[in-house]
Design a protein around this ligand. Structure first.
Ligand code: HDD
Length: 703
């Protein structure tokens, strides 16, 4: 007999005794495993039968065929074969987190919804953030809209606010949604591109859909390249109605505003992040929650009456339009805090079923035709995705308030109702659920008249004014990014006529933008401007549409990467660590070899990332602290040179000591703004809290 230490999870690590000589007649090949697990709960089949051998199927003889009789094998493999459910047709890749909503300002004047009237009440919720076009296994950082869906488990039932990180949408009518999605997803004959808009079918459809032009401006902006899910806004998009105790209704638009401010990456950075860490956003959220840095958003509302709506120079029921904050100011009414990672990704994040039709008494829909179509689509899709009308019984979807009705049976029914009554009204079961006026859901009283027809109102015909307003409201850097993104996307097309058609639309948005894009695409002459149904309005500029304007000059929630090697100055490292942590950021150490690095004072610094595996794109700012000896080695490492070059080209602050500066020189980086010596740590922290926009013109042609 001999003692053997085996590798099993640390909590259960035990020393076990196994026979050195295993009787050959057993022939199992896993006696070691058997003896280790003897202290654990028994493994059973789904029928509760204890499994004696989970490593070998039942065979006729040692070298014979496997027997059909092996019910353990068949049950296990059958379950495995059915483990996947259809992924969401859109928004398949997502990250879900639990949290709560706390109301800080009551809207009792406008609504009876308790979630919006009981100040201080904490309503539990589950939020899921997603990309739209890619499959469940695609990367986190393509250029794409982000879904921003929140399920509030209110005392009056579940309320799902299913929005995006962009306040407008591509189309005005839900009938067009399947075409839009077929155009943007991978092309059906070739099966690519995955999670990308830079292909012919998408732009072909867009070129024939002028109502999409406002959304095109948003998706070509850096809004579709968020730095973190924690640093993006969310929007309910449609107008909804709030209904008060007197059945008076007020229109409302919902906005989520991140406490950390808005921040995006640059296109080149996003592309490289996809390669460095396909799970960048999910990991970022996971780490923030695990470290107790709970992400937080304000919930704000825009409230307006029908009379105000009638005075808007656009139709608020058209989902391709927004109401500028400068026109109807945002009123902050509460906060959302995300503080608990799900226990099980499939059970919660995958099975959560959001439906815009899930609303509670005191909230109602507007007649936005896109919203009206969504009210049907989501419930329908859950039936095919989750396989049963009983999807509401899955714990993540079940309300946390009492619920009872006479709906019965169906696939995977989990409840076992008793008694002979399964209908309402009845006289036979006095304790069975009944309809109730008090506290019950009532629709808004809306009077409508007109002819039944397939028609869109004339007030939906202005497709360019808000696109122009958005573009012209951006900073010069953001305008350049929009132009470059359009050049990049359209240059991918095989069909020149689609490119021309898009540039023809751009001429209605902004001549200078059309010129920049046309030039970038090598057009000798710009096409005629696209036909427009109504005159374009020059609306007032709205700085609240910028990202740069809404970035917060803070390092809070960010990560600084520090490149070090053996002998790096411990005084510099301690000073920089202190400055970064005091600023609310996290610090990660990078070195060519993982493990521990001995610093100048003999202390050991644990390394978080190996240089080739953790490029600077995953950090918000970097520092390089090296000795003259170590830097001579690093100067021959392409990854080290790329580390500093990328940080520089992505407009990040860089802090260096003398050794670090030698690496910068080798990489051809001048000590310009945002490149700061270790002695001016205060300046580095200040520079790291933002990006060095003025540097951009020196390293990139801004179209
Ligand atoms: Fe949608 C999912 C957001 C228009 C049909 N949508 C889905 C999700 C979000 C949105 C965030 C993912 C929810 C989750 O995390 O599970 N969708 C929007 C927004 C829209 C919009 C903000 C416009 C303002 N969607 C829209 C239309 C239709 C759909 C017009 C159909 C007519 N959306 C769906 C869907 C999905 C979905 C097919 C796929 C998975 C799901 O519902 O549960 O039903």
């Amino acid at each position: 007999m001999s003692d053997i230490k085996v590798g099993i999870p640390p909590a259960k690590l035990v020393l076990v005794t196994v026979p050195t000589a295993i009787p050959s007649t057993l022939g199992r090949g896993d006696e070691l495993h058997q003896s280790i697990v003897s202290d654990y709960p028994a493994l059973t089949t789904n029928q509760g039968v204890i499994i004696a051998d989970n490593q070998n199927s039942l065979r006729a003889t040692a070298h014979g065929p496997t027997l059909l009789e092996d019910f353990i094998l068949r049950e296990k493999i059958t379950h495995f074969d059915h483990e996947r459910i259809p992924e969401r047709i859109v928004h398949a890749r997502g990250t879900g987190v639990h949290g709560f909503f706390e109301l800080t300002e009551s809207l009792s004047q406008y609504t009876t919804a308790k979630v919006l009237t009981e100040v201080g009440e904490k309503t539990p919720l589950f939020a899921r953030f997603s990309t739209v076009a890619g499959g469940a296994g695609s990367a986190d950082t393509p250029r794409d809209v982000r879904g921003f869906a929140v399920k509030f488990y209110t005392k009056q039932g579940n309320w799902d606010l299913v929005g995006n990180n962009i306040p407008v949408f591509f189309i005005q009518d839900a009938l067009k949604f399947p075409d839009l999605i077929h155009a943007v997803k991978m092309e059906p004959d070739r099966g690519f591109p995955q999670a990308a808009t830079g292909h012919d079918t998408f732009w072909d459809y867009i070129s024939l859909t002028p109502e999409a032009m406002h959304m095109v401006m948003w998706i070509m902006s850096d809004r579709t390249l968020p730095r973190s899910l924690r640093m993006m806004e969310g929007f309910g998009i449609h107008s909804f109605r709030l209904i008060n105790a007197e059945y008076e209704s007020t229109f409302v638009k919902f906005h989520w505003r991140p406490k950390l401010g808005l921040q995006s990456t640059l296109w080149d950075e996003a592309v490289k992040i996809s390669g460095a860490d396909a799970d960048f956003h999910r990991r970022d959220m996971f780490e923030a929650i695990s470290n107790g840095n709970f992400p937080e958003w304000e919930l704000a509302v825009q409230l307006f009456t029908q009379k105000q709506a009638d005075s808007f120079p656009f139709d608020h029921l058209d989902a391709t339009k927004l109401i500028p904050e400068e026109m109807i100011p945002l009123q902050v009414i509460g906060r959302m805090v995300l503080n608990r990672w799900p226990d099980n990704f499939f059970a919660e994040t995958e099975q959560v079923a959001f439906c815009p039709s899930h609303i509670v008494p005191g909230i109602d829909f507007s007649n936005d035709p896109l919203l009206q179509g969504r009210l049907f689509s989501y419930l329908d899709t859950q039936l095919s995705r989750l396989g049963s009308a009983n999807f509401n019984q899955i714990p993540i979807n079940a309300p946390k308030c009492p619920f009872a009705n006479q709906q019965r049976d169906g696939h995977m029914q989990m409840t076992q109702p008793v008694g002979r009554v399964a209908y309402e009204p009845n006289t036979l079961a006095t304790d069975s659920p009944r309809e109730k006026i008090a506290g019950g859901f009532r629709s808004a009283i809306v009077v409508d008249s007109g002819e039944k027809s397939r028609i869109r109102p004339e007030s939906f015909a202005d497709h360019y004014s808000q696109a122009r307003q958005f573009y012209r409201s951006q900073t010069e850097y953001e305008q350049a990014h929009i132009a470059s993104a359009l050049v990049f996307e359209l240059s991918k097309l095989e069909h020149p006529h689609i490119r021309e058609s898009i540039v023809a639309h751009l001429r209605n948005i902004d001549e200078q933008l059309a010129g920049r894009v046309g030039h970038g695409l090598g057009m000798k002459q710009l096409p005629e401007a696209a036909l427009k149904a109504v005159a374009i309005q020059d609306m007032m500029l709205s700085p609240s549409l910028q990202i740069i304007g809404k970035m917060k000059a803070t390092l809070e929630g960010r990560v600084v990467g520090v490149l070090i090697m053996r002998g790096s100055d411990s005084t510099h490292i301690n000073a920089i660590r202190h400055a970064i942590i005091t600023a609310g950021a996290a610090i990660k150490f990078i070195s060519p070899i993982i493990g521990e690095v001995e610093l100048s004072d003999g202390s050991l610094q644990v390394i978080d990332g190996q240089l080739a595996g953790t490029p600077s794109v995953i950090y918000d700012a970097i520092a390089v602290i090296l000795t003259e000896i170590s830097v001579s080695t690093l100067c021959k490492e392409a990854t080290a040179l790329e580390f500093v070059r990328d940080a520089f080209c992505h407009l990040k602050a860089i802090c260096v000591d003398e050794g670090g500066n030698t690496l910068l020189q080798k990489a051809g980086i001048e000590k310009t703004s945002g490149v700061i010596g270790i002695t001016a740590l205060g300046d580095f922290i200040e520079a790291a809290a933002t990006r060095q926009w003025e540097r951009e013109a020196s390293i990139r042609t801004l179209a």
